[in-house]
Ligand binder design. Structure first.
Ligand SMILES: Cc1cc2nc3c(=O)[nH]c(=O)nc-3n(C[C@H](O)[C@H](O)[C@H](O)COP(=O)(O)OP(=O)(O)OC[C@H]3O[C@@H](n4cnc5c(N)ncnc54)[C@H](O)[C@@H]3O)c2cc1C
Length: 354
């Protein structure tokens, strides 16, 4: 059994972000770190997107950045700007490569596929492993996206379509999300906010084909990449212990109303790095309580009134785009919070509170 100063369980987004943050700030020069990750090889498996409201270490892994976005419901479209907080998409393949190349150069960092050979008792553990599949009653954001290429130019690559609700709702919340990487290349994703206990929304391929061919009226295209996933819109029950901090999804870094997690993971990594010499006294890092409270109400509204959600999301964007972006990225002040709350249909939300 080998002893280490630090152990990171799970070398995914949170585990690798933390290891990288510690490495570039020279916190691993005299300390040993074991990263436990079962996957055999790293390949592109996700696209992490967000409004860049805080700096992060991965600007060189950004696939594309946009300053405009749109949202639409049947017969209505809003075009909005995000000059102050560009919307960025990170290619997970580039992210894994950049971090692993850096970490492999440090001889104090060890890589394992499981925990059999390492001593978990004496180290400080950062855990990103969680078992969520058992919770079928919680709400999930589940989705499938394909990257397509067209022969001729088809997309306006200056603007993303954040939410297109002009599609079949099936008594749930459903929208399409389009990220145009170039005039002939885009990621098109079908996204649902619903429980996972039935499979009636899982005909993703059919939904995407219909959307591309009927809604977008695009016939000639090739699918070059596909990603599928589910983000829990509830917090997993991972206990923190005296020598263990949960990070990533396990550490409740997901904003429950949106699924955005990537930038929260980066802020958590910075916080841990700043306090690493003092971690027994480290205060728990969490998404501010006001957002947890408001998101819980919002999720109840989603659950009870899915048919109202396209209008509710659309109305939210009646506030200035900076205000909405800051609110959805946990960076808003109290006036901005009120500006959003006042745009919401009062009665539905009051019922959800009680
Ligand atoms: C397809 C997809 C797209 C997403 N897109 C966005 C987005 O656009 N924007 C955004 O902000 N968020 C997004 N998210 C949410 C969130 O950012 C990601 O889920 C992110 O990867 C969470 O990081 P994590 O480290 O908690 O989990 P993961 O990245 O999943 O890492 C967990 C790691 O643990 C490993 N592991 C599993 N079992 C064990 C074990 N027993 N022992 C050791 N290791 C183990 C896994 O192999 C994995 O590498 C997306 C999620 C998914 C699934």
């Amino acid at each position: 059994m080998k002893d280490f100063d630090y152990i990171i369980l799970g070398g995914g987004c949170a585990g690798l972000s933390l290891a990288y943050e510690l490495e570039i700030h020279k916190k691993l020069e005299n300390k040993t770190l074991a990263i436990v990750e079962p996957r055999d090889e790293y390949k592109r498996d996700k696209t992490w997107s967000f409004w860049k409201t805080t700096p992060h270490n991965f600007d060189d892994c950004v696939k594309k950045s946009w300053k405009h976005f749109s949202i639409n419901i049947p017969n209505k479209t809003k075009h909005l700007e995000c000059n102050n907080y560009p919307y960025q998409s990170i290619d997970s393949g580039l992210f894994y490569k950049k971090i692993n190349n850096k970490l492999k150069k440090n001889q104090n960092i060890y890589f394992y596929k499981d925990t059999k050979e390492i001593n978990l008792e004496k180290s400080f553990i950062f855990n990103s492993v969680t078992n969520l599949n058992t919770n079928k009653n919680g709400l999930w954001q589940h989705f499938c996206g394909v990257e397509i290429e067209t022969k001729n130019n088809f997309f306006d690559d200056e603007i993303i379509n954040l939410m297109d609700f002009d599609c079949e709702q099936r008594k749930s919340v459903h929208f399409f999300y389009t990220l145009p990487y170039a005039k002939n290349k885009a990621l098109i994703e079908t996204t649902w906010l619903s429980k996972m206990n039935d499979n009636s929304q899982k005909d993703y391929d059919k939904q995407i084909k219909e959307y591309i061919e009927k809604n977008l009226n695009l016939k000639n295209y090739n699918i070059t990449y596909k990603e599928e996933g589910a983000i829990p819109l509830f917090y997993p029950l991972n206990q923190s212990e005296e020598n263990k901090i949960n990070i990533g999804t396990a550490g409740h870094m997901t904003r429950l109303s949106t699924g955005y997690t990537f930038l929260n993971i980066q802020e958590h990594s910075t916080y841990i790095r700043e306090n690493i010499e003092n971690f027994t006294k480290m205060k728990k890092f969490e998404i501010q309580k006001k957002y947890q409270f408001l998101d819980n109400i919002f999720l109840k509204v989603i659950e009870k009134n899915p048919e109202s959600m396209p209008n509710i999301f659309f109305k939210m964007f009646n506030s200035s785009s900076n205000t909405v972006i800051k609110f959805l990225s946990n960076k808003s002040n109290i006036l901005e919070d009120f500006s959003i709350i006042l745009k919401m249909p009062k009665w539905i939300f009051i019922k959800a509170i009680f």
